[in-house]
Write a protein that binds this ligand. Structure first.
Ligand SMILES: [Zn+2]
Ligand SMILES: [Zn+2]
Length: 170
């Protein structure tokens, strides 16, 4: 939704949803994010508006070793402040309020897309790397089988550094 943050005159709540989406997290690394319902409370502040937002998410990401789907879930709550940009302000600033850090976003126009806020948070929340299980054996670099499912013959190849020893044994 497009929020006209300078026109928020009283605290107001609204809820929205985002359809299933695919986020590119890196080279060949995408997250398929299930539909998200989020809630935002907008409160007017001096020269702007404060937004508190919460949502839970679930996403499917590829295991870093075997590429099988891994489900990731979580929830979040955060606050940002939208303010009208004056010529001296930066676009984004982090302010510490007590223990918390609040992002201040400075905008030139009275337009803010709330869905983008959620998508940006997802980029911060989704892990850079996931494993299907801690001891995932991954894909054999030689024959390409998923070694969690099949034992391939390549696995028994001896580290070349040890081959003098095996010769001694013969
Ligand atoms: Zn795996
Ligand atoms: Zn193999």
């Amino acid at each position: 939704m497009i929020l006209h943050y300078l026109k928020v005159e009283a605290p107001s709540f609204f809820s929205e949803s985002i359809e299933e989406q695919v986020l590119e997290l890196g080279y060949n690394y995408e997250a398929k994010v299930a539909p998200i319902n989020f809630e935002i409370k907008a409160t007017p502040i001096k020269k702007g508006c404060s937004l508190s937002c919460s949502f839970s998410y679930s996403a499917t990401l590829p295991c870093a070793r075997c590429l099988e789907d891994v489900k990731v879930k979580g929830e979040t709550f955060f606050i940002v402040e939208l303010k009208q940009k004056s010529s001296t302000d930066e676009v984004l600033k982090e302010v510490e309020v007590g223990e918390e850090e609040i992002d201040e976003i400075f905008l030139e126009e009275d337009i803010f897309e709330t869905k983008e806020l959620v998508t940006e948070q997802l980029f911060l929340l989704l892990p850079e790397k996931v494993l299907c299980k801690e001891d995932c054996k991954g894909i054999c670099p030689n024959c390409g089988v998923n070694r969690n499912l099949t034992d391939c013959k390549c696995g028994i190849s001896i580290d070349p550094r040890w081959s003098p020893l095996s010769k001694l044994r013969e």
